[in-house]
Design a protein around this ligand. Structure first.
Ligand code: TNX
Length: 512
């Protein structure tokens, strides 16, 4: 008995000594935030995360509850203790507080994070701002479960994004990714304050969304993928589940039906969509530009009307992407006629249009966004016609480009994109004649010809994705590769803790 208590006293003494010798970080400006916030000031103290047993959410702002739940879950993972969520109509003095800000100086999607000794408060210009502020707070925490108390440096972060639209694309057609995998991809975007997931849900190799009025699209067109694997598709219920999961993380899903080219899966499912009335074979290769819908058949537009109607009904966001790229076997006039008609259909169903830069060759209705990927002429033509531009330059922002000639996944038709090359550009000055006023935002697409599962996706996405998130969020005057790479280096451990298989670029001074 006596011996045991002596031993326990010794254990207590040793652990006290250890915690005294562990340095508590009190300088908030040393935190490696990505994307880099507009302003960070330190106040030199420390907030003990043990105070975070309660998260208060402003009463009447129930839209903030998903943010509170995500923060609570993370804290529980790190501390092992349950975190309770409550609504309140007064500002608490202890815990975590999430509320819509009454500071009307905050820009849309902006927030203030104030960390004091007993309370961390996140006030956003809107629900999105609150979520982004919460992500900033989460980046102050250790990456793994800790045995000793967790301290967070005190101070204030004031922040808002450079561009309203910060996205990534996932091609689920060339290879299919299931609901769980797409949720993981959404989590990646959420960590870095990206707010758009563009889902490329139809292409030559696979049709991936249930359309109830055209069931063979998925019964036939969804049954394979590049390399001949079994493919797959989302039921409308599953798609809605993804939309909700994304919305809880302030991410909007933009679905893309690529047309008139990139449509072999549809042409294999319904013979009547082909000009010759003959169904095509399913395709599992990686060529592009060989398929086209029949632009002068009435049924083509009935088909599109049905698809867009069903898709618009389950897509709460304002946009539908109509593709329009690489329609090499559609005659120019037919292409223009087709894109004109499709714009009217999308508009009729209450959605705004995004299309790859080729669509600028058509007449553009109001409120169209042209996604620049390769052709400067097309894009400037789009701007002349009044379109906004979404910046996805293949040579800088394509997540499926290899890092260098040794990369075991990816393509290199637009060049190699090492981590610095992916980071070191400014959307507002990259293309002559396209300035910030024309730009809606930035998007990094991941085409999936060479990636078959989420681990392979991770290798191409990390560590480039945080860089694209920062380009979208942080003013160019505040960004430099030399400084960014030291922050990125500190995220390596974060990737590891999350089980992310990332590319350990030799250009980044990763921390051991
Ligand atoms: C070009 S980018 C494509 C895609 C391919 C991609 C591969 C664009 C609008 N079209 O069909 O998957 O290259 O990098």
């Amino acid at each position: 008995m006596r011996k045991i208590s002596l031993l326990s006293i010794l254990v207590i003494l040793v652990s006290m000594f250890q915690s005294c010798t562990e340095k508590v970080e009190t300088d908030l400006t040393k935190t490696a935030f990505i994307p880099k916030p507009t302003s960070v000031t330190a106040s030199g103290g420390a907030y003990n995360l043990a105070n975070a047993k309660l998260i208060y959410v402003q009463e009447g702002a129930e839209g903030l509850l998903p943010t509170a739940e995500i923060v609570a879950e993370k804290i529980t993972q790190l501390t092992g203790t349950e975190v309770e969520i409550k609504t309140t109509n007064s500002t608490p003095s202890k815990g975590i507080y999430i509320a819509i800000s009454d500071n009307d100086q905050l820009n849309s999607q902006g927030y203030e994070l104030k960390i004091k000794k007993y309370i961390a408060s996140i006030t956003g210009a809107d629900a999105a701002g609150c979520f982004f502020g919460a992500q900033t707070f989460l980046q102050t925490l250790p990456v793994k479960k800790a045995e000793s108390p967790i301290y967070v440096p005190t101070g204030v972060v004031t922040d808002s994004p450079e561009y309203a639209y910060r996205g990534a694309m996932l091609d689920v057609s060339r290879h299919f990714f299931n609901v769980e995998e797409v949720k993981q991809y959404i989590d990646f975007l959420a960590m870095y304050k990206m707010n758009v997931l563009h889902l490329h849900i139809s292409d030559d190799q696979g049709w991936r969304i249930e359309i109830k009025s055209w069931p063979k699209l998925t019964e036939i067109g969804g049954q394979t993928e590049v390399g001949g694997g079994e493919g797959g598709f989302y039921t409308q219920e599953q798609y809605k589940e993804l939309v909700q999961y994304a919305a809880d993380r302030q991410i909007m899903i933009i679905p893309e039906i690529d047309m008139p080219g990139h449509t072999n899966a549809a042409l294999a499912s319904y013979a009547e969509l082909n000009c010759d009335g003959k169904a095509r074979e399913l395709y599992t290769g990686t060529n592009v530009g060989f398929s086209t819908l029949c632009t002068d058949k009435e049924i083509t537009y009935q088909f599109i009307d049905d698809v867009i109607r069903e898709l618009a009904a389950i897509t709460p966001g304002p946009y539908i992407h109509i593709g329009g790229d690489e329609s090499h076997v559609t005659a120019h006039d037919d292409y223009v006629y087709f894109v004109n008609k499709v714009q009217d259909i999308v508009k009729k169903h209450g959605k705004k249009i995004i299309g790859w830069d080729e669509i600028a060759n058509a007449k553009l209705i109001d409120d169209v966004t042209v996604q620049f990927w390769a052709d400067v002429e097309n894009t400037t033509l789009g701007v002349e016609k009044g379109a906004q531009v979404l910046m996805s330059p293949a040579a800088r922002a394509y997540l499926d480009m290899q890092y260098d000639s040794t990369s075991h996944l990816g393509l290199h038709w637009a060049g190699y994109i090492e981590v610095d090359h992916g980071y070191n550009w400014d959307p507002a000055t990259l293309v002559e004649g396209i300035t910030k006023e024309n730009i809606l935002g930035i998007e990094a697409p991941l085409w999936s010809e060479t990636v078959t599962n989420i681990d392979e996706v991770e290798y191409l996405v990390f560590p480039r994705l945080p860089g694209y998130a920062e380009i979208g969020w942080t003013a160019p005057s505040e960004r430099s590769w030399d400084e960014y790479k030291t922050r990125l280096a500190k995220h390596g451990k974060r990737f590891e803790a999350l089980g992310i298989d990332y590319y350990k670029s030799a250009l980044v001074p990763w921390e051991e």
